[in-house]
Design a protein around this ligand. Structure first.
Ligand SMILES: NC(=O)c1ccc[n+]([C@@H]2O[C@H](COP(=O)([O-])OP(=O)(O)OC[C@H]3O[C@@H](n4cnc5c(N)ncnc54)[C@H](OP(=O)(O)O)[C@@H]3O)[C@@H](O)[C@H]2O)c1
Length: 433
């Protein structure tokens, strides 16, 4: 077989990039014999020239100017791995302007500036590849674009943030949110500033990308209903477990009967013995339901040096094949299609719900609460109590399906009752059927 060589320029040589170089050193022979491509790292831009690098950079020119790497005539494919949306955006746009394919793992960049980037890629017939931006090592974008291309996607339910899943797994064993976060930081899963992970921003970027590919509209992450896990109490994990559920930070992407899409990322009770419910620690799990295939489930490491490098390698091969076959013009990164009719308002999101509050230990208390919930149009499926202190009884209610607007009306009604402590916690409940 003729082997074609493509030279790679890295923007950034940190965690993921060093994993890519390492894997190319280790599996280069295998990759060439399998693909007919030789991928050679030739240049890299970093911030600190004197920092120790976690890979063998023999033969790689290292500098501090990202644009010099992009414009280097020896570089055929640009790999953007610095993160952020400032310099990263400039280098990606410049590479595309020059007609060079770009591989990136940067979900924030793709999510915020996808439309501009894909338009640039289409106009210069360069390609944009971003498999590593969602769910790390799980080839989920390829699954959506290729493996499931013949399906109308009914729903996607997904754990897309390993850090918050690790924290929730620890809380399921009784740790407080603060203790679980500290452990996640100690294990290297959470950043010093964990905001994007625990407040749902990271998962919401990824959910917007998945929804865009599934439904053919480019959805901005502002359109995602987003709620993180910062307020999660161990009491909720315990109540959920008592009923056979676990709480996960779940992306819920689905099309309604009118063809409108709703995208939400929020703590959600899921059956503890389901594939999503058993996705623990820093792992990601994604359930996609298509009208032809039915349910499919994807599981694996959603982040980390080597898992993410695996996805970057797959993109490098795709970029190389497109270059060698002259099909780069088909790789703008995103193709619009008529997979949905628009967005459904969040107030119409239809689901079962979990409600927790404390009530006074007095006669007819529950009758008042159930009446308030019923008056909001929400039907109750089960109620359970726990022994409480000071005459206040922690109470949990699971509901049948109702809209988010109805459950919020029920919240207001319960909060107004004198028999409750005025604090109501509500989470979505998804039986994943
Ligand atoms: N880490 C993961 O598990 C993971 C998973 C999925 C996706 N991603 C995405 O992958 C991308 C890279 O993440 P990472 O964890 O590899 O990041 P990282 O370890 O922080 O590495 C960033 C690299 O970029 C370089 N850099 C930053 N600003 C620069 C500038 N202005 N000019 C030149 N070089 C600059 C840094 O140089 P110095 O080394 O000299 O500081 C470093 O080598 C991000 O978009 C991230 O969201 C990461």
């Amino acid at each position: 077989m003729d082997i074609k060589e493509y030279r790679i320029g890295f923007i950034g040589m940190g965690t993921v990039a060093s994993g890519v170089v390492d894997a190319l050193r280790k599996n280069g022979g295998l990759i060439s014999s399998r693909s007919g491509l030789k991928l050679t790292p030739v240049a890299a831009a970093v911030r600190r020239l004197d920092a120790k690098r976690d890979c063998n950079l023999d033969g790689v020119e290292i500098g501090t100017d990202p644009m010099a790497v992009v414009r280097n005539p020896k570089v055929d494919i640009v790999v953007e791995l610095i993160g952020g949306t400032g310099v990263a955006r400039e280098v990606v746009m410049e590479a595309l302007r020059l007609g060079k394919p770009v591989v990136t793992a940067n979900k924030a960049l793709i999510c915020e500036f996808g439309s501009e980037i894909f338009a640039a890629a289409a106009s210069t017939h360069a390609g944009v590849f971003y498999e590593a931006s969602v769910a790390g090592g799980i080839p989920i974008l390829k699954a959506l674009r290729e493996g499931l291309a013949g399906n109308d996607i009914i729903s996607i339910r997904a754990i897309l943030n390993g850090t918050s899943n690790y924290i929730l797994s620890q809380m399921g064993k009784g740790a407080s949110f603060a203790a679980a976060l500290a452990k996640a930081q100690e294990m290297g899963y959470a950043e010093a500033d964990p905001t994007l992970d625990v407040d749902g921003g990271d998962a919401s970027h990824k959910a917007a990308i998945l929804a865009s590919l599934a439904y053919g509209n480019w959805f901005h992450s502002d359109l995602v209903y987003t709620r993180g896990i910062r307020d999660m109490a161990v009491a909720d994990m315990e109540f959920a477990a008592q009923c056979g559920y676990r709480i996960k930070l779940l992306a819920n992407i689905r099309k309604d009967s009118q063809g409108r899409v709703n995208i939400a990322v929020e703590p959600t009770l899921v059956p503890e013995d389901s594939p999503i419910g058993t996705t623990m620690n820093a792992y990601n799990g994604i359930k996609i339901c298509g009208d032809v295939v039915g349910d499919t489930m994807f599981y694996g490491q959603g982040a980390g040096r080597d898992a993410t490098a695996s996805a970057v390698l797959a993109d490098l091969l795709e970029a190389g094949w497109a270059l060698s076959s002259g099909t780069l013009a088909w790789q703008s990164g995103f193709t619009r299609f008529t997979g949905c009719t628009g967005l459904a308002p969040h107030s119409e999101a239809f689901s079962r719900w979990y409600i927790r509050f404390s009530v006074l230990d007095t006669p007819k208390t529950l009758a008042h609460v159930c009446g308030a919930i019923g008056d909001s149009g929400v039907s109750i499926s089960s109620i359970s109590h726990k022994p409480g202190a000071d005459g206040a009884i922690p109470t949990m209610i699971l509901t049948h399906k109702a809209s988010r607007a109805q459950i919020e009306a029920a919240r207001e009604a319960i909060e107004c009752l004198s028999v409750t402590d005025g604090k109501v916690t509500i989470y979505r409940l998804d039986d994943l059927d």
